[in-house]
Ligand binder design. Structure first.
Ligand code: TYC
Length: 117
Protein backbone atom coordinates (compact mmCIF):
# COMPACT_ATOMS: atom_id res chain seq x y z
CA UNK A 1 0.00 0.00 0.00
CA UNK A 2 1.12 3.57 -0.63
CA UNK A 3 2.63 5.42 2.34
CA UNK A 4 1.30 8.77 1.05
CA UNK A 5 -1.53 10.55 2.83
CA UNK A 6 -4.94 9.50 1.49
CA UNK A 7 -6.39 11.91 -1.08
CA UNK A 8 -9.26 11.52 -3.59
CA UNK A 9 -6.60 10.63 -6.18
CA UNK A 10 -4.87 8.25 -3.75
CA UNK A 11 -7.58 6.62 -1.67
CA UNK A 12 -7.01 4.25 1.20
CA UNK A 13 -7.29 0.76 -0.28
CA UNK A 14 -8.88 -1.57 2.23
CA UNK A 15 -7.19 -4.96 2.46
CA UNK A 16 -9.60 -7.63 1.33
CA UNK A 17 -9.88 -11.24 2.37
CA UNK A 18 -12.14 -14.15 1.73
CA UNK A 19 -14.50 -14.79 4.62
CA UNK A 20 -14.42 -18.54 4.07
CA UNK A 21 -17.92 -18.55 2.56
CA UNK A 22 -16.94 -17.29 -0.85
CA UNK A 23 -17.54 -13.60 -0.03
CA UNK A 24 -14.83 -10.96 -0.16
CA UNK A 25 -14.97 -8.58 2.79
CA UNK A 26 -13.05 -5.41 3.52
CA UNK A 27 -11.11 -5.51 6.78
CA UNK A 28 -11.36 -2.58 9.17
CA UNK A 29 -8.21 -0.49 9.09
CA UNK A 30 -6.99 2.17 11.50
CA UNK A 31 -6.89 5.60 9.83
CA UNK A 32 -3.66 7.54 10.37
CA UNK A 33 -4.72 11.17 10.18
CA UNK A 34 -2.45 13.57 12.01
CA UNK A 35 -3.94 16.81 13.29
CA UNK A 36 -3.15 19.75 10.99
CA UNK A 37 0.12 21.51 11.65
CA UNK A 38 -0.31 24.81 13.51
CA UNK A 39 1.61 28.06 13.06
CA UNK A 40 2.41 30.90 15.45
CA UNK A 41 2.09 34.42 14.14
CA UNK A 42 4.94 36.45 15.67
CA UNK A 43 5.43 40.22 15.79
CA UNK A 44 8.99 41.56 15.93
CA UNK A 45 10.11 44.66 17.78
CA UNK A 46 11.55 47.72 16.05
CA UNK A 47 12.45 51.23 17.20
CA UNK A 48 9.93 53.17 15.07
CA UNK A 49 6.46 51.58 15.05
CA UNK A 50 4.33 53.38 17.66
CA UNK A 51 3.23 51.29 20.62
CA UNK A 52 -0.38 52.40 20.04
CA UNK A 53 -0.30 51.05 16.47
CA UNK A 54 0.86 47.62 17.66
CA UNK A 55 -1.88 47.54 20.31
CA UNK A 56 -4.51 48.32 17.64
CA UNK A 57 -3.08 45.59 15.36
CA UNK A 58 -3.36 43.06 18.18
CA UNK A 59 -6.96 44.12 18.86
CA UNK A 60 -8.05 44.21 15.22
CA UNK A 61 -6.33 41.14 13.77
CA UNK A 62 -5.80 38.91 16.80
CA UNK A 63 -9.02 39.56 18.75
CA UNK A 64 -7.22 40.74 21.89
CA UNK A 65 -8.86 43.15 24.33
CA UNK A 66 -7.00 46.34 25.24
CA UNK A 67 -5.35 44.84 28.32
CA UNK A 68 -4.12 41.65 26.61
CA UNK A 69 -2.99 43.62 23.54
CA UNK A 70 -1.01 46.02 25.73
CA UNK A 71 0.67 43.14 27.59
CA UNK A 72 1.67 41.39 24.35
CA UNK A 73 2.97 44.67 22.88
CA UNK A 74 5.10 45.33 25.97
CA UNK A 75 6.44 41.78 25.88
CA UNK A 76 7.52 42.31 22.25
CA UNK A 77 9.03 45.70 23.16
CA UNK A 78 11.11 44.12 25.95
CA UNK A 79 11.95 40.68 24.50
CA UNK A 80 12.24 41.56 20.80
CA UNK A 81 9.36 39.32 19.69
CA UNK A 82 6.05 37.92 20.83
CA UNK A 83 3.40 35.40 19.79
CA UNK A 84 0.11 36.99 18.73
CA UNK A 85 -1.79 33.73 18.18
CA UNK A 86 -1.61 30.18 16.81
CA UNK A 87 -3.57 29.21 13.69
CA UNK A 88 -3.80 26.82 10.77
CA UNK A 89 -1.32 27.52 7.96
CA UNK A 90 -3.76 29.42 5.73
CA UNK A 91 -5.16 31.58 8.53
CA UNK A 92 -1.66 32.39 9.85
CA UNK A 93 -0.43 33.36 6.37
CA UNK A 94 -3.47 35.61 5.84
CA UNK A 95 -2.93 37.36 9.18
CA UNK A 96 0.74 38.00 8.34
CA UNK A 97 -0.29 39.57 5.01
CA UNK A 98 -3.03 41.71 6.61
CA UNK A 99 -0.69 42.98 9.35
CA UNK A 100 2.11 43.78 6.88
CA UNK A 101 -0.34 45.60 4.60
CA UNK A 102 -1.69 47.67 7.52
CA UNK A 103 1.85 48.50 8.67
CA UNK A 104 2.88 49.64 5.17
CA UNK A 105 -0.28 51.73 4.82
CA UNK A 106 0.60 53.42 8.10
CA UNK A 107 4.22 53.91 7.02
CA UNK A 108 5.58 51.70 9.83
CA UNK A 109 8.43 49.15 9.53
CA UNK A 110 6.60 46.58 11.72
CA UNK A 111 7.60 43.00 10.87
CA UNK A 112 5.30 40.01 11.23
CA UNK A 113 6.27 36.38 10.56
CA UNK A 114 4.82 32.90 10.98
CA UNK A 115 6.61 29.87 12.49
CA UNK A 116 5.61 26.23 12.78
CA UNK A 117 4.29 25.76 16.33
N1 TYC B 1 9.60 49.45 20.25
C1 TYC B 1 8.49 50.26 19.73
C2 TYC B 1 8.57 51.66 20.35
O1 TYC B 1 9.27 51.86 21.32
C3 TYC B 1 7.15 49.63 20.04
C4 TYC B 1 6.93 48.32 19.35
C5 TYC B 1 6.35 47.26 20.02
C6 TYC B 1 7.26 48.16 18.00
C7 TYC B 1 6.12 46.04 19.40
C8 TYC B 1 7.02 46.93 17.34
O2 TYC B 1 6.20 44.71 17.42
C9 TYC B 1 6.45 45.90 18.06
N2 TYC B 1 7.84 52.60 19.78
Amino acid sequence: MSTDKPTPANPVVMPQSDDGHGSVVAERQAQKTEPPRMYQVVLLNDDYTPMEFVVVVLQEYFNRDLEAATQIMLKIHHDGRGVCGTYSKDVAATKVELVLAAARRGGHPLQCIMEAA
